[in-house]
Ligand binder design. Structure first.
Ligand code: UN1
Length: 512
């Protein structure tokens, strides 16, 4: 049995925690509201945090602005060295932090550790990147002129993260933003504030050991009001927000209204096409992990299976058998496959979606339901379920953050691709096929319209080395690998004239 108290002690989490931190300093108005963090694992209250007030918020912004003046002058590889130390600190705390992620959020212990591993990996990536923030050089059209571009930091990067990846999403943003020379202000989900406090303590220790001033890495806890302060605040040039499409539309509109930059990582409605040429055993692992892993609460979770008519019955039989073997329960017990949903509101949304699906004509081949009994005392444990549906049902077009899997039958690959693309979201997609023509068509511009398109891999579990994000209502942002770092910097084009005349571009004559 996990000793939660010893994990909290190791990570420095008290029973009542302050609202904000600028590094080693923590604070918060005494009259501020309070958020209680309950574990969906057993329903127990873990601890409380204060809410950041507007005055607290403004003082954090001021600290961050001052810190930026210092931090941007630190050479990028030296900033990388700090992030390297953060990666080491995370290695040291992996077990405790991963366990707290599992306990506060409800994902399996393996996935809790996996999430911390993603943090370590992005730190390693960012360290290398700190020596590779390359710009291009261009050939000027004028003689004895040189033209090049360079990348400068933006300033304060605001990070708004969701409960489902309560710590990794912060690290994808923070590790890159920091090597790029920015300072960060993080507003974690109010559903998972404690894992955020743990991360802030870990990074603060690294910053303090290197005599980095307060304000480089900041944490503010609170609800959507704090998110609104950030979105409307022109002292924050970039807001990176992860969460629902509804939230992203609000953040995007507010940031857009002040012509700020936003990086949006929103909902998915991810499908796997199971082709007539699929390896069905491999497909089964990808589909089941994608649909029930993290209890269906990843933005990359598999929501739809688009199955060729010739393998539909055989594959469905395998699925039903596999679902019959799923163990649902305490995610800290490594024998279980599926943990709880985040809270009882999420359970309600799950039940509503099942109801709506039935009303529209969905045929449940594996029934859902809420689990009851001593093991399920939090009321957040639900049965993963499967329904045969039509792609155009309203509920199928909608992302429900729960383990509900929709099955759709197809005849031709063109039809399958149209179904896969026929939703408002565009995050992750996959095809299971051993047929080269099918695989290449799926990856071509006539194929998937998503930010992520995989062959013989499911929709969830992307590696940090690639750019992560999606199109359409997924928001268009890209985080983590490849050249996603560019979103955290401003590009400056520089032209230098080393001749003794001043020729104008485009050959314009202007004699004085
Ligand atoms: C998310 O659900 O917000 O690809 C991120 C994955 C993970 C990240 C998911 N690496 O499933």
């Amino acid at each position: 049995k996990t000793d939660v108290q010893s994990i909290l002690n190791k990570l420095g989490i008290a029973s009542n925690n302050p609202a904000f931190s600028t590094g080693s300093e923590w604070g918060g108005a005494s009259n501020a509201g309070i958020i209680d963090s309950f574990s969906p694992v057993d329903g127990h209250k873990i601890a409380s945090v204060k809410v950041t007030t507007q005055a607290d918020y403004n003082s954090v912004i001021e600290k961050a602005q001052n810190a930026f003046i210092f931090w941007k002058t630190v050479p990028s590889p030296k900033r990388g060295e700090i992030v390297r130390q953060l990666g080491d600190a995370l290695r040291h705390h992996k077990e405790a932090l991963g366990t707290l992620v599992s306990y506060e959020m409800g994902k399996s212990l393996q996935e809790g550790f996996g999430e911390v591993q993603e943090m370590i990996d992005i730190c390693d990536f960012a360290v290398g990147l700190s020596r590779q923030l390359y710009g291009l050089t261009m050939h000027s059209e004028r003689p004895s002129h040189r033209m090049y571009e360079q990348w400068h930091p933006l300033g304060i990067v605001g990070i708004i993260s969701a409960f489902n990846f309560p710590v990794a999403v912060w690290s994808w943003n923070a590790a890159l933003a920091l090597v790029c020379g920015n300072v960060c202000i993080w507003k974690p989900s109010e559903k998972t504030p404690l894992t955020a406090i743990a991360c802030q303590k870990i990074i603060a220790e690294v910053l303090q050991a290197n005599n980095i001033p307060e304000g480089v890495s900041n944490l503010i806890t609170g609800d959507r009001t704090i998110g609104e302060f950030m979105s409307n605040d022109n002292r924050i040039p970039l807001i990176s927000a992860t969460g629902s499409t509804r939230m992203g539309k609000e953040v995007g509109a507010a940031v857009g209204a002040r012509l700020g930059k936003s990086l949006l990582e929103l909902g998915g409605n991810n499908a796997i096409i199971i082709s007539e040429y699929a390896d069905l055993d491999m497909s089964l692992i990808g589909a089941v992990f994608g649909a029930v892993g993290t209890a269906g609460q990843r933005c990359t979770s598999t929501r739809r299976l688009i199955i060729h008519e010739s393998v539909y019955d055989a594959f469905t039989a395998k699925l039903v058998k596999a679902y019959g073997q799923l163990k649902i329960g305490d995610p800290l017990d490594q024998n279980n496959h599926v943990g709880p949903l985040i809270d009882t509101d999420a359970v309600k949304a799950y039940l509503d979606s099942i109801e709506k699906c039935k009303v529209e004509g969905g045929n449940f081949i594996v029934e859902g339901g809420v689990l009851q009994g001593d093991k399920y005392i939090s009321g957040c444990y639900v049965k993963p379920c499967i329904a045969a549906v039509k792609n155009d049902y309203k509920i199928v077009q909608h992302e429900t953050f729960a383990p509900i899997l929709y099955l759709i039958k197809y005849k031709t690959l063109d039809e399958a691709i149209a179904l896969q693309n026929g939703v408002p979201q565009g995050l992750s997609s996959a095809i299971m096929t051993l047929n080269l023509r099918e695989a290449e068509q799926f990856l071509s511009n006539q194929g998937s319209d998503c930010g992520i398109a995989n062959v013989n891999i499911g929709t969830s579990g992307a590696e940090i080395g690639g750019a992560f994000g999606g199109e359409k209502e997924t928001g268009g942002g890209r985080e983590s690998g490849s050249d996603a770092w560019r979103a955290y910097m401003r590009r400056q084009t520089n032209t230098i004239n080393y001749s003794n005349t001043l020729p104008l571009a485009q050959g314009i004559k202007f004699d004085l």
